[in-house]
Write a protein that binds this ligand. Structure first.
Ligand SMILES: *[C@@H]1O[C@H](CO)[C@@H](O)[C@H](O)[C@H]1NC(C)=O
Ligand SMILES: *[C@@H]1O[C@H](CO)[C@@H](O)[C@H](O)[C@H]1NC(C)=O
Ligand SMILES: *[C@@H]1O[C@H](CO)[C@@H](O)[C@H](O)[C@H]1NC(C)=O
Ligand SMILES: *[C@@H]1O[C@H](CO)[C@@H](O)[C@H](O)[C@H]1NC(C)=O
Length: 469
């Protein structure tokens, strides 16, 4: 290059060539004029290109493998469909080691449901500084792809970061009934999750905000190696089923230093999840931190090695909760809940093996077994009941330890409707307690028989081989 000036021009030109090439390979309906525009731009620039210029870089990377979605045709006006630009920038970044997709600040990018697929060269970064918005109208979602909005599939070593926001604009989805009556439109059979990682390894999501998802905000399934740090999740308290973070068949997870306020579980841990460490989370409003519901429709559930600690929970349905359906099989074991501050939580400590979405479900003999659950230093205020541990009639909960639990009614004792609500409830559960315990009923809630050892061996033998070790 002869002059410094020619360098950005050259970069731009290369960008234009690639965009044109990329677009021509994608089937684009109704966007022919757009392609033409880019092609003519290309011709205009090629006249001014000095001959003997260096071989073009393969992608419009501004520098060091950074791929700004504006260079891929994104408008960033919140109205134009920027999906193809995002996918284009992703594909380019995916092909180089350390490739980075840049989503610049101060702009709003409308993106429809997309899959960003791997495998990539290692260490791909999505730098989100601006806002990505989902389609607002339900009719703008493809009927064939309602599972999620942004889907990362088969990726490893991907980092999503930045101070930007993913906005799922879920309000029409939350009020489907009203939406239907007003518009008489097609009502979809399911609602999309905002951001999903599927079959991925060693992925990180940090610093970003995810707001107003139609359903779950951030979901990991069939994945291994997940780090979530310093994110904000927010949707209204009354938005239905808007879980914060959902884990399923996912191992080796750390979720930390994040704020989650939503209409359902702040973190929901489903079957196939193990070695999960959740700490320094602020949760509420919402339904608290939940393991389950597990064992629905007689299914097998396996969850183990979970630590939830240094958490603050306020204004939620439950604090820390394990819920299983009757009739399921499998094992929930080795869970620790410690250093948890609750404020105005309906029931801070819950094990519910009678979970049911109807008013009553038939009692069944089979159950997901629960063993080795430690509660240590759980302190604060409740509004309905301090502790409710309702284990299966046939498969007792074993090794449930309650240590240093101090829970007081939010409005004082007089705020509670019945005397019973002041008391801890335990049903068919074995374990030990250690003070201080408030209310004192927690101290005589669990059964302390050495039948415990007998049962835990029996349960371990009969259930352990159902779950992979
Ligand atoms: C994921 O990270 C773990 C721990 O650092 C490592 O052992 C594993 O090989 C990584 N997986 C991939 C696909 O790189
Ligand atoms: C957390 O994320 C915000 C952006 O959302 C950023 O400004 C801040 O520096 C991050 N904090 C840490 C400790 O990384
Ligand atoms: C229980 O889970 C923790 C956290 O994953 C793990 O470090 C520990 O080894 C597990 N204990 C047993 C007995 O498996
Ligand atoms: C199921 O069992 C529980 C615990 O024994 C009992 O409280 C409940 O009434 C039973 N439900 C039905 C529908 O039989």
């Amino acid at each position: 290059m002869k002059t410094i000036k020619s360098s950005p021009l050259l970069a731009m030109l290369l960008g234009v060539i690639i965009v044109a090439a990329a677009i021509s390979t994608i089937s684009v309906e109704g966007r022919k004029h757009h392609v033409k525009k880019i092609k003519s731009k290309h011709r205009r620039h090629s006249k001014t290109t000095p001959s003997g210029s260096p071989a073009p870089a393969p992608y419009p990377s501004t520098h060091d493998g950074v791929f700004n979605i504006l260079s891929f045709g994104a408008m960033g006006d919140g109205l134009s469909d920027d999906s193809k630009a995002l996918v284009g920038a992703w594909k380019a970044a995916c092909k180089v080691a350390g490739g980075k997709v840049d989503i610049p600040a101060g702009k709003q990018f409308l993106v429809k449901a997309v899959t960003l697929q791997g495998p990539c060269k290692d260490d791909t970064v999505i730098q989100i500084e601006g806002t990505l918005v989902a389609p607002e109208k339900i009719g703008s979602w493809p009927k064939s792809n309602l599972f999620q909005w942004l889907n990362f599939k088969w990726v490893s070593h991907v980092i999503i970061q930045g101070s930007g926001t993913l906005n799922g604009r879920g309000s029409n989805w939350w009020n489907l009934d009203t939406y239907q009556t007003q518009s008489r439109k097609y009502i979809p059979p399911m609602k999309p999750t905002a951001l999903r990682f599927y079959a991925s390894e060693n992925v990180t999501v940090r610093d970003i905000s995810i707001v107003n998802s139609p359903l779950c905000h951030l979901k990991f399934d069939d994945s291994d190696g997940v780090k979530v740090n310093n994110i904000t999740i927010s949707s209204p308290e009354n938005s239905p089923n808007t879980d914060g973070i959902h884990l399923q068949n996912t191992r080796n997870v750390e979720i930390q230093h994040s704020n989650i306020a939503c209409g359902d579980d702040c973190v929901s841990i489903q079957t196939g999840s193990s070695n999960v460490h959740i700490h320094h989370i602020n949760c509420g409003p919402g339904h608290g931190i939940s393991i389950g519901g597990l064992g629905k429709d007689k299914s097998v559930a396996c969850v183990s090695d979970i630590i939830v600690e240094d958490i603050s929970i306020q204004n939620t349905l439950a604090g820390v909760r394990i819920k299983t359906w009757q009739g399921g099989l499998g094992v929930v074991k080795n869970l620790t809940f410690s250093n948890i501050q609750v404020t105005d939580v309906k029931v801070p400590i819950v094990i519910d093996q009678y979970y049911c979405d109807k008013s009553t479900c038939k009692n069944q003999t089979r159950a997901v077994s629960i063993s080795g659950v430690k509660y240590n230093n759980i302190v604060g205020s409740f509004t309905v009941q301090p502790v409710r541990i309702a284990c299966s009639n046939n498969v007792p909960c074993m090794g449930v330890d309650l240590m240093d639990i101090r829970l007081r009614p939010s409005g004082g004792i007089r705020g509670l409707q019945t005397h019973q609500q002041q008391q801890a409830l335990c049903w068919n559960s074995y374990g030990k307690t250690q003070g201080p315990l408030v209310p004192s009923s927690i101290g005589y809630c669990l059964r302390k028989s050495n039948i415990g050892a007998y049962y835990s061996q029996k349960v371990a033998r009969s259930y352990d081989n159902i779950c992979p070790s």
